[in-house]
Design a protein around this ligand. Sequence first.
Ligand code: AMP
Length: 219
Amino acid sequence: MLTIAISKGRIYREALPLLDAAGIRPNDDPDTSRKLLLDTNLADVRLLVLRARDVPTFVEHGAADAGIAGKDVLLEHGGGGLYEPLDLGIARCRMVVAARRGCESLPRRPRVATKYVVSTRRYFAQKSVQAEIIELYGSMELAPLVGLADCIVDLVDTGGTLAANDLVEVGDVCPISSRLVVNRASMKMKHERMKAFIDSLADAVSNVSAQGAGRARAS
Ligand code: AMP
């Protein structure tokens, strides 16, 4: 049995064509079904539908053999017990520092609201800035507006959420995309099956990027 952990929403939607190209088609849609354990067209493959932050934990402890998780989540998790063999190139966005428009120059010791504590600490340490990190679980954009923080570290895709809250980018932390992670023990114990799965996903990823390059050349 091959158990793959994945989160609902954008990562699931963008992973579906890659899984399909690897011959894996779930029997249910987690956006409409309440099932958290999805059987697939392959009798020996099933999907676990989890909160994004729980994906690396399930894989690390061997409750799933493999998982698909955003790099943002993996940086916070720390990566212990996991291999990260493949950048799937999906759910792309950027992790940025953002501040209130008009307050772009940050104080010497900024208060930074974020749920990405590890990445934020590393970013400011690399700049030799002593930041006070305020951990939040969501709605980070509010923090500078109500005086809780001088800036936030959050994910940005179109920039619409920042603009709607009168925030502007003042720093670039890192690019983000979803990665395949695999349990180290599964990689050894189920080597053939895991290798076939990783290879077929790798092929699917390079086909998708070749098609993307073709479309870009044609336009
Ligand atoms: P946008 O308004 O398009 O810039 O999207 C920003 C909002 O979507 C923020 O609340 C982000 O936390 C969230 N977001 C954007 N891209 C991703 C992603 N790849 N993974 C998780 N959350 C994302």
